[in-house]
Every structure is written in structure tokens, then in C-alpha cells.
Design a protein around this ligand. Structure first.
Ligand code: PMP
Length: 396
């Protein structure tokens, strides 16, 4: 029961040292979330010994679930030879080579989070174009920096509105108006092709083509944020739209379970970060491209080729079909789904958790390769029951 977690000694200790006992707002569920104790494959065990199928997978980051043997072995090999150096290592070259081969995108740089990747891509676009304005889409999440935060959020400076313009997702007329208004000062358009927080609905093909053409026509860059969507296609979701971004931002799955972010792009654009050039954009990060993350990421991606990506997406499509058959409203594509029922998501989350399914606090479901057909069937049934329970409580 939720109150068992709130009264647990670990939750009480946490409240003494962190606001609401919590560091990541995204993993907070009232009155107090369970604490993970261990994970293995598709399963997680909490501090009360309750076992759940992990459909959260650290907010889509874990493609192979927990303690994957291959990733674990690769990390154990490097961890004994030093974890961070004030020098580059071969591991970052290897991951960049892998990403280039996977995406055909020429140049790469690494950071420790998707937030930093987006932040630096924006800086790079501004430096490359010599312009200030970024256009982005309402409801899309791109991390926590000022430029991409909700305009009305506390602590975000009012002045940010002068250099960041927000238009409704998919609204061609609003986009064109914004591009026309800021024509001479437009640095880039930033887009997530299947924004989770905006409902996990894939962008329309025509709209995405239009964004690509309109940015090119105005001498601005197109930044595609693939921090979540990269798992959906071997070279990234943008490839299924047949467009070439100027910059992409990655994170999550490319770190094999460790903190990561990356920016990739054409060589001439990425040259804005080239330290041998005058006026280059600085890019530091004490732990950027650390050998543990780079090695884990490469190990995870090596086991996530064309076949595995297709298999995982097929499983997600099957789950989506099954949920629809059971009368549950869902959105998403391939290995990423979202429960789209207008119910109290906190109540739904606990019903799901009690029935053995760990989802995102917004109803997000992300599959992992160790999940079996049985696991997926269990998830479908549990979701249908949990949605019905939540609705019953609300009407009853
Ligand atoms: N962009 C997108 C599309 C994301 O979903 C997220 C995180 N969920 C981020 C950026 C930020 O990544 P991070 O949490 O690694 O900073």
C-alpha cells in the first residue's frame, strides 16, 4: 500500500535530507515512491521485496533491462583500468565510430545528459548561424535548461521569451508565422518527432518535411532531439521521415545505463566546436565521454542492431494492439507507448505497481529486450485491470 512506502524508514531518512525525500521530480509519486533495491533483466525489486516488470526502464534509457550480462562484462573490464582521465580515451572514438556507422552522421561529441546535449546543440546552432532565435514546439520536453523550460515555470527568466519562440506542435501556419517574424534572426528549429510529454504521438510526415524545407530556405538549422526516439530505428527516428537534420541530440540508450548525452551533425556544423578554430564554442564536462559510459553504451548498442530493434518494436506494436483490444486508449510507436486515459495518473500508477508493473508516472511504457512474450501479455492484462480499477474508484 502507498502508505507502507511513505512510512518506511528509508523514506523517512530521505525526507530528512532532501525536499520531499526526493531528487528527481520525474520519479516522485505521492505520497512517497518505492525505492529500487535491485534489478535483473526485465524485473525490479523494491525495499519491501515487491517485484515488478520494469516498463519504465529508467525513462526509456535501458534497452536491455537491468544488469545485462554483456554490458556488465564490458564495464567490469574497463573499471579496473581507471574510470576518468584528464585525457581522451579510445572508448569515445569507438562509440563515435559506431554512431557514425549507424546514422551516417559525420561528427560526434559527448556529454553526461540529454539536457546538456540540447543545451550545447542550441549554443552550436547560434554560433554557426550568428543568430539568436530558437523555435521549438509546445509540450515537448528537451531537458531542464532555461531555453527549453516551460515559459511559466518558476525560476525561468522572463527574458528568455526574446530568444526562444514556442509554437503549437504540428501547426504549420503558426510555425510559418514565427519563422517569418524572426526570419533574419532564426538560428534553429528544435523538434522531437514523437514527444513523450506532448502525448507520444508521431509527428506528421508532411509537417516534418515542411520544417526541413523551411529551415533550409531561411538559412537556419534543424535540430532533431532524438534523446528518446533513437531506440525506435537503427539510425534514429528521423530516418523514417527521410530527412537529414543539421544536428541531432542523443542520450538515454547510447549510455548503456550510465549518464550520457551526445550531439551529432554534419562536419561543417560540428566544426563550431573545433578548438583549433578561432571563436570555437567551448565544450567541457569533467565526466564527458568517460570510459565507463562510452564502453557501456557501445556494448548496449552492439546488441541492438537491425534485428533487435525490429523485434522490440514488433513486441511494442503487439502490446499496443492488445491494449486497444482490451479497450485501453494508447499512443506511441514500436517499443514506446503511453496510456492515454483521462484518469488520475498517480492513482493509476499505484494500481499498476501493485499489480506488478512499473510504468512512467505519466503512463509511459518502454519495452526492453529481456522481456518475454509472457511478460508482455502480463503487462497488457495488468494495464487493462489497473485502468478499470482507477476508473471505478473515480466514478464510485
Ligand atoms: N530531450 C528529450 C526528448 C528527453 O526526453 C529528455 C529526457 N527525458 C531530455 C532531452 C533530457 O535528457 P536528460 O534527462 O538525460 O537530461
Amino acid at each position: 500500500h502507498p502508505s507502507d512506502y511513505r512510512q518506511h524508514p528509508l523514506a523517512q531518512r530521505a525526507r530528512e535530507v532532501m525536499p520531499a525525500g526526493n531528487t528527481r521530480t520525474t520519479v516522485f509519486v505521492p505520497p512517497s515512491p518505492p525505492f529500487a533495491v535491485s534489478g535483473s533483466g526485465a524485473w525490479v525489486t523494491d525495499q519491501l521485496g515487491h517485484r515488478v516488470i520494469d516498463c519504465n526502464n529508467n525513462y526509456t534509457a535501458l534497452i536491455h533491462g537491468h544488469a545485462d550480462r554483456h554490458v556488465h562484462a564490458a564495464v567490469m573490464d574497463v573499471i579496473g583500468t581507471g574510470t576518468a582521465f584528464g585525457l581522451p580515451t579510445e572508448t569515445e572514438v569507438a562509440l563515435a565510430e559506431h554512431l557514425r556507422q549507424r546514422t551516417s552522421i559525420e561528427r560526434w561529441r559527448f556529454s553526461n545528459s540529454g539536457t546538456e546535449a540540447v543545451m550545447t546543440a542550441i549554443r552550436g546552432a547560434r554560433a554557426y548561424t550568428g543568430r539568436d532565435v530558437i523555435v521549438r514546439f509546445a509540450g515537448s520536453y528537451h531537458g531542464t535548461t532555461d531555453a527549453v523550460a516551460d515559459r511559466a515555470a518558476p525560476g525561468v527568466p522572463r527574458s528568455i521569451g526574446a530568444s526562444v519562440v514556442v509554437v503549437p506542435q504540428g501547426d504549420r501556419r503558426a510555425l510559418d508565422a514565427a519563422l517569418a517574424e524572426h526570419a533574419d534572426d532564426l538560428a534553429a528549429v528544435l523538434i522531437d518527432l514523437m514527444p513523450n510529454r506532448a502525448g507520444l504521438v508521431p509527428a506528421e510526415q508532411d509537417f516534418v518535411r515542411h520544417v526541413r524545407e523551411a529551415t533550409t530556405a531561411r538559412g537556419a538549422l534543424l535540430i532533431v532531439d532524438e534523446v528518446i526516439s533513437f531506440r525506435l530505428a537503427v539510425g534514429g527516428l528521423h530516418r523514417s521521415y527521410g530527412i537529414e537534420p543539421d544536428l541531432v541530440t542523443l542520450g538515454k540508450v547510447i549510455g548503456g545505463g550510465f549518464p550520457v548525452g551526445a550531439v551529432g551533425g554534419r562536419a561543417d556544423v560540428m566544426a563550431v566546436f573545433d578548438p583549433t578554430r578561432g571563436g570555437a564554442v567551448g565544450w567541457g564536462g569533467t565526466f564527458s565521454a568517460n570510459p565507463i559510459t562510452m564502453t557501456a553504451g557501445l556494448a548496449a548498442l552492439d546488441c541492438f542492431g537491425e534485428d533487435e530493434v525490429s523485434r522490440l518494436n514488433a513486441r511494442g506494436d503487439a502490446l499496443q494492439g492488445r491494449l486497444k483490444d482490451l479497450g485501453v486508449a494508447v499512443s506511441g510507436r514500436g517499443s514506446l507507448l503511453r496510456i492515454r486515459e483521462s484518469v488520475d495518473l498517480g492513482v493509476l500508477w499505484w494500481h499498476l505497481y501493485r499489480s506488478g508493473v512499473l510504468a512512467g508516472t505519466n503512463g509511459l511504457i518502454a519495452l526492453s529486450t529481456p522481456m518475454t512474450d509472457d511478460d508482455v501479455a502480463t503487462v497488457a492484462d495488468s494495464v487493462a485491470v489497473a485502468v478499470a480499477q482507477t476508473k471505478n474508484e473515480e466514478t464510485g
